[in-house]
Design a protein around this ligand. Structure first.
Ligand code: CDT
Length: 309
């Protein structure tokens, strides 16, 4: 048995005026809880350090830059790395990254139990648009503020398991899980900020969004015989609701832990990485059953191309 006790550290809303220090204090409180629960690894959401700023249209580059981190760790996040190292807990969290040569990515990092960064992922599937869209009820400007990730979907050996990451909208694309599955991923971690609808206004709309989130992650887990941990930033950010629904999914596609609130909440499950073995060796024995000669379209084209009639 290779058990990793995993904590999904869902975060409630972060308002535009909240400081990094306030947010890191909340993350430290979740890390304290995780220590009490015996966690080996804690997964925080996408863009965990700030409000989901891509909802705001900004033209002034200086106004944009304040949401980005030029280094990691930095003064604001060092306490998180220090506490994680003290507790011997590996962590993963998302943030907006500005590289030394001026590139901007929606990034997440993974540490080992000594607080050293062992993995970095930059979000590949950027939803939304890049210019102000007056037809939209709300803006979603990830394409304006970020470049598509340039690191692919690597996996790393950490805590005696193969681990990979993706971010939010990535979770809806089966290719993402498969590329990591083809590298033996046993655990896929992701954070998300998914715009929602007020549950009082539309319970049905919220139910559908939660279902699609579950469906994407449970399918990715089952079809690649991998654990999947999906962690939300949730609740009302300056009048903009984000859905919750953080889950831990086992390699058979079953949800084994689920958040019940829209606030800061830790979900925990002891995840045995050896549970991946049966699916990987039998049901989805890729080497024996995959027929790549028929999959060319997956990488050769993006949009739909109908056959000539
Ligand atoms: N952050 C993120 O990727 N959110 C998307 C919603 C985009 S709606 C324009 C998601 O797939 O959850």
């Amino acid at each position: 048995m290779r058990e990793i006790v995993i904590g999904g550290a869902q975060m409630g809303p972060i308002q535009r005026t909240d400081t990094r220090a306030q947010v890191v204090d909340r993350m430290l409180a979740l890390l304290d809880q995780a220590r009490g629960a015996g966690c080996d690894l804690v997964v925080f959401p996408e863009l965990a350090l700030t409000t989901f700023f891509p909802r705001w249209y900004m033209e002034d580059p200086a106004e944009v830059e304040v949401w980005f981190e030029a280094e990691m760790p930095n003064a604001a996040t060092q306490p998180l790395f220090d506490r994680a190292r003290e507790y011997g807990i590996a962590i993963s969290f998302g943030y907006a990254e500005r590289t030394p040569d001026g590139h901007h990515f929606n990034t997440s990092i993974l540490t080992d139990k000594a607080g050293e960064i062992v993995g970095k992922y930059r979000k590949v599937h950027l939803p939304g648009h890049s210019e102000y869209d007056s037809d939209r009820a709300f803006q979603h400007l990830e394409k304006r503020y970020f470049e598509p990730g340039d690191l692919g979907f690597p996996v790393w050996r950490n805590l005696d398991a193969w681990m990979g990451m993706c971010i939010c909208n990535d979770r809806r694309w089966p290719e993402v899980y498969r590329v990591m599955g083809l590298q033996g991923a046993e655990l896929i971690m992701l954070g998300y900020n998914t715009p929602s609808v007020n549950s009082q206004a539309s319970a049905e709309g919220l139910e559908k969004r939660l279902y699609h989130s579950d469906l994407s992650m449970t399918a990715g887990a089952y079809q690649n015989a991998s654990w999947v941990v999906g962690v939300a930033k949730a609740g009302d950010e300056d009048g903009h609701p984000l859905m919750a629904g953080s889950i831990i999914v086992d390699p058979n596609g079953f949800v084994v832990a689920r958040a019940e609130t829209e606030g800061d909440e830790l979900i925990v499950h002891p995840c045995d990485m050896d549970l991946c073995a049966f699916g990987k060796s039998t049901i989805f024995d890729f080497a024996r059953h995959r027929r790549t000669e028929h999959y060319g379209r997956i990488t050769a084209q993006t949009g739909v191309e109908y056959p000539d009639t």
